[in-house]
Design a protein around this ligand. Sequence first.
Ligand code: SER
Length: 624
Amino acid sequence: MTTAEVRHTYLEFFKAREHSEIPSAPLVPENDPTTLFTSSGMQPLLPYLLGEKHPSGVRLVDSQKSFRAEDIEEVGDNRHTTFFEMLGNWSLGDYFKSEQLPWFFEFLTKEIGLDPQKLYVTVFSGDEKLGITKDEESIEIWKRIFKEEGIDAIAVDIGTEADGYARGMREGERIFAYEAKKNWWSRSGTPEKMPAGEPGGPDSEVFYDFGTAHDTAFGEHCHPNCDCGRFMEIGNSVFMEYIKKSDGSFEKLPQQNVDFGGGLERIVAAANDVSDVFCIDSLYGIITEIESLSGKVYGENEEESAAFRIVADHFRGAVFMIGDGVVPSNTEQGYFVRRLLRRAVLKMDTLEMEPHTLHTLVPIVIQQYEAQYPNLRAQKDVIQKNIEEEEARFRKTVERGLKEFEKRSGENISGRDAFVLFTTHGFPIELTLELAAERGITVDMEGFRSEMEKHQALSRAGAEQKFKGGLADGGEKTTMYHSATHLLLAGLRKYLGEDVHQAGSNITTERTRFDFTYPEKVDRETLDKVEQYVNDAIKAQAEMTIEEMPKEQAKAEGVEGSFWEKYPEVVKVYTLRDANGVVWSRELCGGPHVSNTNEITGVFKIVKEESSSAGVRRVKAVLE
Ligand code: SER
């Protein structure tokens, strides 16, 4: 089965069970300063899991583009990727365990054709401290499900991952209970790590058994959560019914939710019984192109295979990211695109690929994905240009770094020098090591690591401070900025014309940054007028109303919106109207807002206007 077939089958399966399909949110969350990327299907749905009414109903299904920056270093084995699609089905206070588990099993065995004998499941073993007991209900459901297939599934308590490696698994065992580290899900991880106000819950995962021999390098015995590659997790049903309170205890949410997430690529791999996700159609297409550009054959040796996977994964991730408006830079999301592309270039060289050819892989990715993500085709030139330029820039950096390196050659490289080469000259440590090896000199890696740690500790301290501010009063402040941003767009459209639309936005507790379509610099006089408009709206005490209506109706009524294709069939229209009936802003949205502009404190000021990219301007504004 192809990636497109599995995606389609999944969406149809749940649509036939009264789920509404919702589009994928962009990779960069809008108006959420606490996180850089959408890394699970759950993130964009947070308000609805907490009880807000979703315009598409209580049963939803989607395939969400996701990016996990923390997995960059893991890429290279046969199953980790940074970018992936997460299939998701959602019950917002509707069905629960006894529907979810049989449905997912039915999907896997009847629709995808997986052999039930190859499926193993895990459940939550309970946590006394939290007063949350073992998930006996899921165990009973799983036993019933397997029984119907003629399989007597034995359930066993494992506990920790280490216990799993020590004990292994015995004949007939199929249901494994693990502690919270493995079978509890929230955005922040285990119950202890969750901040107050965060929802989460026990989960039940399904693993596919590829039947390969256990590799004792990972631990003495194999078990479903073992990393040797025999088992691969292909789906996670989270029973999201708890919320953490400020005293650290847990209470039930007003509604019982199901948050299911399954890695599309992994399910396709299982469907084809190939343990290497890079062998499924959507990734193998890229691998084949790399083969022809490098003259090497994938799968011939481990080191080269890892390089193939890194180029393919990082490249695809960068294409999607640029498609969603992120360009290589040194900060925030842009930094990750840069890192992806630069690592890909290093691995291109390992494979002896022709330099300056990375961008020629763009068409194959677009071809694989355009039916589901038409924005990729529309952005093709921008994507190609950015990748081509970044490769060239990086190769220049490396050239300059080489000169710096040469200045030091002859003697061993100190940790400090390796650090300076890396941070000041952008010269990757991998290259320093490689060149040193060629010249028979050493690199003080311990010294390098300690310099890096010092450096990271400093930037972490900065980040923590930012995060703290974000959480302490984050809710209110960002809400104000969010509503002020609607007024800003209305003001810009009033003075610059109806061709102005939102091209992106990023809100923190300290400012709003807003990108909009406009061909040239906006003069200060106009900016002053726009500022005045926003401040007048604040004074006018305009009320916010939220209406739901069909997307077509909203379009016909001239409601302002960009990214229309991103919205579901029924949209929410946010209108700010004062007591005299004056409409100050009317726009599609989904996020949190003030209920009256008089809740916005401070004077609105546009502090910066600059170019963002071709045809797009960027302003920064504050409430002082
Ligand atoms: N939120 C869960 C996950 O990301 C399931 O969707 O694994």
